[in-house]
Design a protein around this ligand. Structure first.
Ligand code: CUA
Length: 158
């Protein structure tokens, strides 16, 4: 292939790979607002695990049903104290994927250190997309090498 052809080809492979990576597909989770009610009581949060999607706006309504508790979210650095009978609201965008612990931030009794829950933020880049991206890139590379090899054979023949 001539130099320009090679450049155009490399560009096309890159674009297709990016398309596999980025183009939104039906069925892919859209960013949404998620309302979650989280109750703190000695010595657990209910629910103990919360699932959201990356990019979601998360609105947590925090309540305490016995004594004063706190809510601290690892990774996001959010903290809120909550007293019985007084609801608190925490709003944030779950822009970081992964698993983050939330823990009680007010000493509420003997088992306070074990008052821990987990926020799971699902990644917006599903596994198969990453695989597709790699396959297109590798496929393009092999095609490129094959073409280059063919050109060299032709040159040898001449
Ligand atoms: Cu609840 Cu400390």
């Amino acid at each position: 292939m001539r130099r320009l052809h090679k450049l155009v080809f490399a560009g096309l492979v890159g674009l297709i790979a990016l398309g596999v990576w980025l183009i939104p597909l039906p069925g892919t989770a859209q960013a949404a607002t998620r309302h979650i009610t989280l109750d703190a009581a000695q010595f657990a949060f209910a629910p103990g695990r919360v699932h959201v999607n990356q990019g979601d706006r998360v609105v947590i309504t925090l309540t305490a049903s016995d004594v004063v508790h706190g809510f601290y979210l690892d990774g996001y650095g959010l903290e809120q104290r909550v007293e019985p009978g007084v609801e608190q609201q925490i709003t944030f965008v779950a822009d970081k994927a992964g698993k983050f612990r939330y823990r009680c931030a007010v000493n509420c009794g003997s088992l306070h250190p074990f008052m821990i829950g987990e926020l799971v933020v699902e990644s917006n880049t599903p596994y198969w997309r990453a695989i597709g991206f790699v396959l297109v890139m590798v496929g393009g590379m092999f095609f490129y090498l094959w073409q280059t090899g063919k050109n060299q054979e032709v040159m040898h023949d001449q």
